[in-house]
Design a protein around this ligand. Structure first.
Ligand code: SF4
Ligand code: SF4
Ligand code: SF4
Length: 303
């Protein structure tokens, strides 16, 4: 008799759908996963009610009233909640909205974009209202397990599902990306000024970039020291510095300050980050779980 499959429901909250796409990027390997699981509900299935399932796989941050409703229903219906990707775990790119007043965000999106003509902010109650701030899923409901990354590697999603099917916990590296990185890096571990740079370079600006040498040691800001390993340095392999999408290591208070701390041992405190964009680099994926001060609403106004 065929073994009973583990039932799964998936949801997409405030997100780009990239985590679901990453799952599909397993290509033919996805068939092996479908031998183990049966998906009973997903954003691309016409199923109105979330059924009782074993695993609720959630992509995206909690940013509006509909997202809230969906995850509360998932928590009731799924035995195990698996938060997939940086948006679900840290707030992710949508969480950058927390740095702005809500009114300004709506104005920018509906009125001010370059392609908009006579735009206006919609007021229909059919459109879910934005929450005051974007939150990762675990700030609203209990999350049992997570998969880091923006998006997680396809094989990580597969490994997490297989682990749960086998009654195990998904496990991820707890060390930082520099430990996984093949570029030679010697100076960054020694407090010194030999490779102090006057400014921040983007890889395109470096006349001759050494593709085997650590980015930081060439004056290119790379978030490797403050980022969890596990992606097999996929950006660095393409000569692009890490932007931290796997989030902080579990022992870090938070990612941006960990990076400033790491830099301060090799450079005047945080110089590289302050010359670039502290929030855009240090907190691109994790602003909602950072110690960065929240933007206070203007007096009498709404955030
Ligand atoms: S974690 Fe990245 S890939 Fe996944 S939904 Fe968020 S933005 Fe998209
Ligand atoms: S800072 Fe970046 S390039 Fe340098 S070792 Fe760490 S991950 Fe590699
Ligand atoms: S190198 Fe950094 S930004 Fe790129 S996938 Fe890995 S963790 Fe994410």
């Amino acid at each position: 008799m065929a073994k009973k499959k583990v039932t799964v429901a998936t949801a997409s909250l405030q997100s780009c759908f990239g985590c679901h796409i990453s799952f599909l990027d397993l290509h033919e390997e996805v068939l092996g996963v479908f031998d183990l699981i049966e998906i009973l509900h997903s954003p691309i299935m016409d199923v109105k009610e979330v059924p009782q399932v074993t695993v609720g796989l959630i992509e995206g941050a909690v940013a509006n009233e509909n997202n809230l409703r969906v995850i509360e229903e998932f928590r009731k219906k799924a035995k195990i909640i698996l938060a997939m990707g940086s948006c679900a775990n840290l707030g992710g790119v949508p969480g950058m909205r927390n740095f702005f007043y809500q009114e300004d965000v709506l104005k920018r999106a509906y009125v001010e974009t370059e392609s908009t003509v006579k735009g206006k902010i919609p007021t229909s109650n059919q459109i879910p209202k934005l929450l005051d701030e974007v939150k990762p899923v675990h700030k609203v409901i209990k999350v049992d397990y997570y998969i880091p990354g923006c998006p997680p590697l396809p094989e990580m999603i597969k490994d997490a599902i297989i682990a749960l099917v086998q009654g195990k916990e998904p496990e991820w590296p707890t060390y930082n990306l520099c430990k996984e990185c093949k570029r030679y890096h010697t100076l960054m571990y020694i407090p010194q000024r030999e490779f102090l740079t006057e400014t921040v370079f983007s890889p395109m600006e470096l006349e001759q970039i050494d593709t085997e040498k650590c980015f930081l040691e060439q004056g290119v800001l790379c978030m490797g020291p403050a980022t969890r390993a596990g992606c097999h340095t996929r950006c660095i392999n393409g000569n692009i510095p890490c932007r931290g999408c796997f989030g902080p290591t579990p022992d870090a208070l938070e990612q941006g300050s960990k990076m400033i701390n790491a830099l301060s041992s090799i450079l005047p405190a945080g110089t590289l980050m302050h010359l670039e964009d502290v929030v855009g680099v240090g907190y691109r994926y994790s602003l909602p779980v950072s110690i960065y001060p929240k933007v206070s609403p203007p007096k009498g106004g709404k955030k």
